[in-house]
Design a protein around this ligand. Structure first.
Ligand code: AP5
Length: 252
């Protein structure tokens, strides 16, 4: 579905060549989406708290775009763009990249047609400065963040989640050796392509990622708490139970 959605947007694609089943699926998706309310969500939590696991489910349910600054930066690093070159060193060390870089990325990304019904921000804002700049940006558009989902979890659980994670880079699908294993070891369930481990998913780099989280990102939760829009989740629970909590918050 994803592939055709992208291609149909370009005039070079002849819709007659698109299989009927794909056209119908896309039509049904759009009809279902048209009745969904707009939602603008922020997901905050330490590395491994489950933001990337829950995002695709929320995205599909509410027809939102999923903007993960970490994924966008990793794509820029892989493509060796000027942005990627600037971000690379900080990411390898588990430190944050500069506020201006990520604010610029988000400003561009939320203009995409797929963000028409709203967005899920995963990994942004990560500093109070980013949150303030983002609020200014939204104010100019006359819109506001509806909810901030706080993936609350104890640090002690995260090392096992992070070091056991395997990823399919092109789709962003994430697996865990113990909690969400692929059908075949080291291979993506959908495409059969190889899975990889992220360079910063080591116990050593996790320490500095967690330090950045506590020092720079936790104050962002207080920032949104003052606005009364934070919902705390029990992110230590199994994925299905976390999903149920998310559903409850978003449907209320
Ligand atoms: P980023 O890519 O955003 O990484 P992160 O915040 O550290 O988050 P993760 O992707 O590691 O965790 P997640 O919560 O998505 O976990 P997941 O669901 O996969 O950022 C990387 C770097 O980019 C940063 O260090 C920084 O340098 C830079 N950056 C990004 N944004 C920035 C910004 N705004 N400003 C400045 N710099 C920025 O789950 C982890 C594992 O656990 C998986 O294997 C999963 O299967 C498993 N799992 C998930 N949920 C459960 C559960 N409930 N029970 C059991 N297992 C579970």
């Amino acid at each position: 579905r994803k592939i055709y959605r992208g291609r149909m947007a370009s005039s070079s694609v002849n819709l007659e060549d698109v299989p009927s089943v794909d056209l119908m699926t896309e039509l049904l998706r759009r009809m279902k989406c048209s009745s969904k309310p707009d939602k603008r969500l922020i997901l905050i939590g330490p590395p491994g708290s489950g933001k990337g696991t829950q995002s695709p489910l929320i995205k599909d349910e509410y027809c939102l775009c999923h903007l993960a600054t970490g994924d966008m930066l990793r794509a820029a690093v892989a493509a060796k763009t000027p942005l990627g070159i600037k971000a690379n060193e900080a990411m390898d060390k588990g430190e944050l990249v500069s506020d201006d870089l990520v604010v610029g990325i988000i400003e561009e990304a939320i203009k995409k047609p797929s963000c028409q019904k709203g967005f899920i921000l995963d990994g942004f804002p990560r500093t109070v400065v980013q949150a303030e700049k983002f609020d200014e940006m939204l104010e100019k558009k006359g819109i506001k963040v509806d909810k901030v989902l706080n993936f609350a979890i104890d640090d002690s659980i995260l090392e096992e989640r992070i070091t056991g994670r395997w990823i399919h880079p092109s789709s962003g699908r994430s697996y865990h050796m113990k909690y969400a294993p692929p059908k075949v070891l080291g291979v993506d369930d959908v495409t059969g392509e190889p899975l990889i481990q992220r360079k910063d998913d080591t116990a050593e780099v996790l320490k500095s990622r967690l330090a950045s989280f506590h020092r720079q990102t936790e104050p962002v939760i207080d920032y949104y708490n003052k606005k009364g829009i934070v919902a705390d989740l029990h992110a230590e629970k199994p994925p299905k139970e976390v999903s149920a909590e998310v559903q409850k918050v978003l449907s209320s």
